[in-house]
Design a protein around this ligand. Sequence first.
Ligand code: GLP
Length: 246
Amino acid sequence: MRIYREKDYDAMSRRAAAIIAAQVVSKPDCVLGLATGSTPIGAYKQLIAWHKQGDLSFAEVHSVNLDEYAGLAPTHDQSYRYFMQDNLFNHVDIVPENTNVPSGLAEDAAAECARYERVVAELGYADLQLLGLGRNGHIGFNEPCTDFPKATHLVDLTQSTIEANARFFASADDVPKQALTMGIGTIMRARKILIVASGADKADAVWKAVAGPITPEVPASILQLHPDVTLVADEAALSKLAEGAK
Ligand code: GLP
């Protein structure tokens, strides 16, 4: 695993954006696996800036997002489809039909999960998968559990995730209790993985993901087995990891 230790959130965001841009420049028709959450927002802003300068085009890119809240319409301002439109897609030249996010409104969630897994598989899985880290070590919405879920599935969110994400909703009661998420197997099929982490409240999850035992209790720990992982984090998020970062 390559680790970039950056001074702060802005430096982390620029580094992550540079890695994503390098992927797009070297393979313009690549499949980008994208993530939501507050951590990647700065990287998306940098990508938009490079696009507006004329240095970066997403015209041939396909995207696959990790997850979506069950029950939220794409127009709901806390849905992950809305997040992606607002923070990236509406500001770059990606073709709308080439962007994929699971549907939170599907009546048959299991069928939607199977459909989404097929979409990702038919695209050949992600060339580069961007991941944030939940405070409990979740990736996508793969919560701590007793096994590593293989494919896209419906998941019950843990209380800690509901509380962590309540800041975006009027109250914790308004946070959906379920989500559709790529499985660990879907994520692990990406050719490259880019993890972003910022802030002291991620230090424990970063340490467990990078240096702890590989266990479904810390879903991100499975990434230790992936052959091409880059972690870009700020000093606060790396504070529990000993030396070794470059
Ligand atoms: C949500 C998302 C994750 C994300 C996590 C951390 O739970 N499903 O993909 O990594 O939040 O979010 P943040 O970056 O805001 O800490």
